[in-house]
Design a protein around this ligand. Structure first.
Ligand code: HEM
Length: 211
């Protein structure tokens, strides 16, 4: 029962935030984060390409990624798992590259920029490694890298949970934004490592010693 509640909570958050970027495509008005950007940046074609590629494919990755952790899906419908997996990998690689680029222009300067750029690199690396491992038929490493990849992806959810709280606590959006650019993903990766990946490693042996 508790497992089902946890799973539903996880799915609702992933789907809810995964659909959120659609809002940017529904209006011609300057909205959300765009209100903090200069007119020069908003008219730069490369930044626009990066921004819309990032939010569209990031939303898609978040939307489909959580289903891949279902044991039922993996065991009963392996071809569906494979197809969704390919969509996830392509969406992440493009969205992460775009995120690293737009990260250089992040609102709030160096602290949020470096937080988002680090996250983008980790998201890209863990996803690419997960894909390479499964091509080598190494399911264990694939599973562990995908845990890290989706924990990074879930940073989009935790960011939107933390940000309103931090903005209220510090009574300042930019201070909250600087903190959240790191807080949205460092704890996620720690939880992913200690709660999910490490027990799996313990069960199956250390990655480094068995390569
Ligand atoms: C996990 C790696 C991710 C990184 C490194 C990242 C990075 C970024 C960066 C740098 C920005 C622009 C920030 C600024 O200019 O101040 C941004 C904005 C945005 N990202 Fe991501 N992002 C990630 C994941 C996602 C995912 C999975 C989604 C899916 C919902 C997403 C949706 C958005 C949206 C909608 C915005 C516009 C700002 C807003 O309305 O909140 N991002 N992201």
């Amino acid at each position: 029962m508790l497992k089902r509640i946890r799973w539903s909570f996880f799915a609702v958050l992933a789907v809810g935030i995964g659909l959120y970027p659609v809002v940017y495509f529904l209006t011609n008005q300057k909205m959300g984060l765009l209100t903090s950007k200069s007119d020069d940046l908003l008219s730069a074609p490369l930044w626009n390409l990066g921004f819309y590629t990032h939010i569209l494919l990031g939303g898609l990755a978040l939307l489909v990624g959580w289903t891949q952790f279902s044991t039922k899906l993996r065991t009963r419908y392996l071809s569906v798992h494979r197809r969704i997996g390919k969509i996830y990998v392509i969406a992440v690689l493009l969205s992460a590259l775009a995120a690293v680029y737009i990260g250089f222009f992040a609102t709030g300067g160096f602290i949020p920029a470096s937080g988002f750029i680090c996250l983008g690199c980790i998201w890209f690396y863990t996803t690419l490694q997960a894909y390479r491992y499964i091509r080598q038929k190494d399911q264990r490493r694939h599973q562990i890298m995908m845990i890290y990849s989706y924990a990074a992806c879930f940073g989009a959810v935790t960011l939107r949970l933390w940000l309103p709280v931090l903005t209220i606590v510090f009574n300042d959006f930019i201070t909250g934004y600087r903190i959240v650019a790191w807080l949205c993903w460092v704890p996620n990766l720690a939880v992913a490592h200690f709660v999910w990946a490490k027990p799996l490693l313990r069960k199956t042996g250390n990655l480094l010693t068995t390569h």
